[in-house]
Ligand binder design. Structure first.
Ligand SMILES: Nc1ccn([C@@H]2O[C@H](COP(=O)(O)OP(=O)(O)OP(=O)(O)O)[C@@H](O)[C@H]2O)c(=O)n1
Ligand SMILES: C[C@](O)(CO)[C@H](O)COP(=O)(O)O
Length: 222
């Protein structure tokens, strides 16, 4: 079964507010994106890696690869207007088999989580990692807000792994803003999505605060 890892890094990183796009920010002396790609290569040396990057960032990425002697083979696809459009662009390069869509800014995904998502997707065709909500959750109402049962909710991570043909069919649908991840796109076709346990360290580096957490996490892992 051929495995593809489609790593999306086509966003603008507005919430990070740094001049350097967040996927290139160094943690542990190396750009975030290199840690992410290495996680998938460590899991499977044969995995096909497709990296989605805004066209204007591609020359800089190639410079970084030379500078860091980064030799993991990968195909580069162009970023799109939204995450949905970036994934759709990258999917052109996915092989029949299984494809895992992963945020380029989630470098701390564990080997166990990657392995479990691909393994379960062999039978289930659509698998995503989730973690429990550890804080109390309130729902905003017209008159104020109310506590809801947090056990009714999960926080969603990546990699989200699918049968490639199924995901390509899902991404042929027209875009709607409610498509905030790949599971929501597949679900819109009436296909069930299966959950598996994610790992708490698998944060999506979004704000400067997340970068501080990342530096601490990388020190633990070196
Ligand atoms: N047009 C887009 C938008 C997002 N992404 C990717 O989707 C992942 C999750 O998105 P997020 O963390 O929200 O990144 P940005 O959209 O870049 O951040 P922001 O919303 O702060 O601008 C990131 O790896 C991001 O690069 C993408 O490939 N193409
Ligand atoms: C795909 C994702 O990381 C799952 O939690 C998330 O939905 C991405 O959201 P964003 O709007 O691109 O930040």
């Amino acid at each position: 079964m051929t495995r593809t890892a489609l790593i999306v890094a086509g966003g603008k990183g507005l919430r990070m507010g740094s001049d350097l796009p967040k996927q290139f920010l160094p943690i542990g002396g190396k750009p975030v994106l290199m840690h992410t790609i290495e996680a998938f290569h460590r899991f499977d040396k044969e995995i096909r890696i497709v990296l989605v990057l805004p066209r204007e960032q591609q020359p800089y990425w190639k410079e970084l690869c030379v500078k860091h002697q980064f030799a993991i083979d990968h195909i580069i696809a162009n970023g799109g207007e939204t995450r949905f459009h970036s994934v759709k662009n990258g999917l052109h390069y996915a092989e029949p088999g299984l494809v895992g869509i992963h945020d380029g800014v989630r470098p701390f995904v564990s080997q166990e989580v990657i392995g479990r998502c691909y393994e379960m997707a062999l039978a289930k065709r659509a698998v995503i990692p989730v973690i429990n909500v550890v804080e109390t959750v309130r729902h905003l109402t017209e008159t104020g807000s109310e506590t809801v049962n947090r056990d009714d909710y999960k926080l969603v991570q990546t990699p989200q792994v699918f049968d490639t043909a199924l995901l390509k069919e899902a991404y042929a649908q027209e875009y709607t803003p409610s498509f905030t991840d790949d599971a929501s796109v597949v679900e819109a076709m009436g296909i069930p999505v299966y959950l598996t346990e994610g790992n708490r360290e698998n944060i999506k580096i979004t704000t400067p605060f997340d970068l501080k957490i990342s530096s601490a996490l990388i020190e633990c892992s070196i």
